[in-house]
Structures are given as C-alpha cells and as structure tokens.
Design a protein around this ligand. Sequence first.
Ligand code: NDP
Length: 476
Amino acid sequence: MLTLDKFYIDGAWVDPASDATMPIMNPATAAQIGTVSMGNSTDVDRAVAAAKRAFETFSMTSKEERLALLYKLRVETKARLGDLAAAMTSEMGAPATMSLEVQADSGLGHLEDFIKALEAMEEEEVLPNGDIITREPIGVCGLITPWNWPINQIALKVIPALATGATCVLKPSEHTPISAQIYAEIVEAAGYPAGVFNLVQGGGPSVGSAMSQHPDIDMMSFTGSTRAGTAVSRDAASDIKRVTLELGGKSPNLVFADADLPKRVTESVEGCFYNTGQSCNAPTRLLVERSCYEEVLGLAKTAGEAQKVGDPAQPGDHIGPLFDKIQYDRVQAMIQVGIDEGAKLLVGGLGKPEGPEDGWFVKPTIFYDVDHDMRISREEIFGPVLVITPFDSEEEAITLANDTEYGLAAYVQSGDEARVSRVVRRLRAGTIQINGRGPDYGSPFGGYKQSGNGREGGVFGLEDYLEVKVRPPFAL
Ligand code: NDP
C-alpha cells in the first residue's frame, strides 16, 4: 500500500498542515492501492510564499540558464517514463502500452517542443515605431490539472512556467496523485532552485479554490469540467488574475461520402473510444453524409464490436475501465438517457462488458439515428459512447457541427481537398483533424466558446505565461 504523505514545498518534502487523507483507488479492481494526504489553505499559503520568494531570482535568470535546466528535466523525465506509465495505469486505468507510449510520452513530447519554442524566442523585439518590447514571466502561477491525461496536462502547464521564469504551485487531481508525485521528483532531480516548483495534493473546492483566491498568485491555469472552470474564474476575479481554461468538448466528426470510408470510419470509432472516451477532444459526434449513411453504420458496427476492453495492466491495444465509480455511474446514466430519448443502439449498451468482473469497465457503445437535440448529442459524456447523425448537405453538416456550446476540436473525413478547406474555414473549433491526422506536439491546443480560452503547447503555450513590457529606446 502506497502512502503519499508529503508535499513538495520550497525545495523539500514536508508534512502537510492537517492529517486528512483520501484513499487512492485502482479503477480496474475497485481496490484501494494507497493513501494521499489532503492539503488545505495553510499548505497553499506556504507553497505560494515559497513560489513568491523564488520568483525574485528565478524571474531574472537568462534564457540560457532556463534552457540548461530544461535539458536536465529532459534527462530526468526520460529516466522515469516507465514509473509515470505504471502510476497512471494503476491510478486511472490507462492501458499499459498506451500509458507508456502516449500518456507518459506526452511529458517528453511537450518538453521537446517547449524547448524548441524557447530556443527560438527573441527576448527583445523592436517595433516599427522604434519602441522595444520585452516579454517577462507573469509571476506565481497556480496550476490545476485533471485525472484523464494526468502527465499531459501537468507538462502543458508546469513546463511553460519553468521555461519562462515563472514559479508555480501544482494541484493535480486528487484521483491521480501518484504520477504527480513522480513528476515532482523529476523536477527536483533536474535541480530547480527551491520554491520554483511546488506540489500540494488535495481537493478542488479546498486547495484549488484557495489557490484561485490567493492574492499572491498572478495566474491560474485550469483544465477540467466547465463547472469547475467557472468556479476558478469566479474565485480569481476579485484581484483580476489571468485565467486560462481548457474545458470540455462535444467534438463533431464530419464524414463525407468521398472519404476512404473503411479506413476513416474504423479510425473514427477507435478515436472516440480511445482512453475509454475520457478525452476533452474526443470525436464523439459522427455526422455522416446521407448517401453513405448505411455503409458507415455497417463499418461502425464492425469497428465497435471489434473494440477490446480489458485489464489495463496487460500490454495491448485494448481500452481500460473508466477512472472511478462516479464516472461509471455518469456514463451509465447517459446511456439510459439515450435509450429513453429513442436513439437506436448499434453496439453496446448498459452494464459491464463480458470479461473483467471488478472495476469500472463499460461497454463501448454506439447510438445511431440520433437527433441533434437529444441530450446524448449535446452533453459531454466522457466515456466510450459515440452518437451518429445523418446530414443531407455540406451546409447542414457545418450547421450541426457548430451548433454546440463547445468548440475544442472538429474532425473532417473527405477525399476532396477543396471541400476540406471550405469546411475547415467555417468550423468554430480550436483544433482540426483531417483524415486521421491531427496537429503535433508544439502546436497550440485550446478551444473556442465554452471549451475555454488560452492555448497550451509550444510558443503559444509560452505566451500565456508572459507579460509584455514596452519602453522607448534610451535617449537624453
Ligand atoms: P473536475 O473539473 O471537478 O476536476 C478537474 C480538476 O479541477 C481537479 O483537479 C479538481 O480537483 C479541480 N476542481 C474541482 N472543483 C474545483 C474548484 N471549485 N476550484 C478549483 N479546482 C477545482 O472534473 P470531474 O472530475 O468532476 O469530472 C467531471 C466532468 O468534467 C467529466 O465527466 C468531464 O465531462 C469533465 N472533465 C473534462 C476534462 C477535460 O480534459 N477538459 C478533464 C476532467 C473532467 P479534485 O477532483 O482533485 O477535487
């Protein structure tokens, strides 16, 4: 049984202010695997004070000094990829192969591209009017991350803070504390000065809210639900902190009859089920041109039935369980909503799949003939549940795609380049994937509308953590 009973504050592993703890659960077995200490506002005060002190000197470091630290961070991250992957498999059920090759690897992938972005970034810029721009770190950053892509989200927030000369306090999801603790050990091993990076474990409404309200935090970066993102924005409003939000999605996937249907439909179904559907940018609404609707239903049924569900500790390309009972109950409730609304089941449905008996496994599920106004077509389900809706024209496809409160991602499957550029131009979403190909590490990730604001990754991700200062050239 693992005991996480220290927080990383001011360069040391320290005792939390209270003795409150929470069990850490393995979603594949529903068994307890450890205990994590739960922080409170006293821990936040200590961490913020350390980050504020460290900012005095760390913000004055040169780009070369910060790059040297990032190169060390790269060495230490590489050395712990296996540990990060094993932690995510046991705490949130990411299947072993995917946990290593994608979940853990994202910590390295994002780091490489933040390094490239920082290497290329000019420290001074002269405007056409002769004035001089400098970019400076924003200050102390509060970073709140979710459980679905634990290291991906930590990397997207911690690395740009470290790269720009900002300092930070990280509060990971209380459900995925093990990978976060390992990440703190990685930062420590890289040799960052005391107070530059701090880790406080604990709950959102307690530790997270204390951070968002803290007068000495200059910026909050949050990824999670729209509900919690709204709370962070409200808490941060009193002292006008900068707030960047990466929230939910209900991303449309437009399938035109001129696409390579067998390949594109199979990959679309697999893409929706990936990470057991627990991705903010999952392609969850398959919008299909009516002339190929029947063919697509056949292909989707084959792909859906072929989706394996299994023990995340085993290697392979199966999907694992949902990350906890609350999420399991949520997904079951939404499948029931779909049935009650009159959508037709193509694959899956209520209950657990055959095989694993314990744990929060669900059946990969596909609904078809889904009316766009049904709740299963409008609300984020965050499980392996795909809805299929036909359309009659390109215009209708664009209208359906954009008729959502979200705008994180959109997907287009078509063999016609002119059509793809026409459609992409009109999609109201921050990230577009075309024929199975999405943007790479280093490209900006973020959403329109209620999917959030700000962009994470690469040079855009660095800019979120920078202030702009302008001055005239020196003259007497
Ligand atoms: P939350 O938004 O509650 O969790 C994400 C993070 O926010 C966690 O670290 C959480 O803390 C923290 N948090 C929660 N409330 C507050 C608050 N008032 N102030 C500051 N931080 C807070 O997501 P849930 O786990 O409840 O998941 C609910 C739904 O949210 C999912 O079904 C999915 O639809 C969506 N979601 C979207 C994600 C995305 O990537 N965009 C990621 C996760 C969820 P803690 O949990 O530790 O208490």
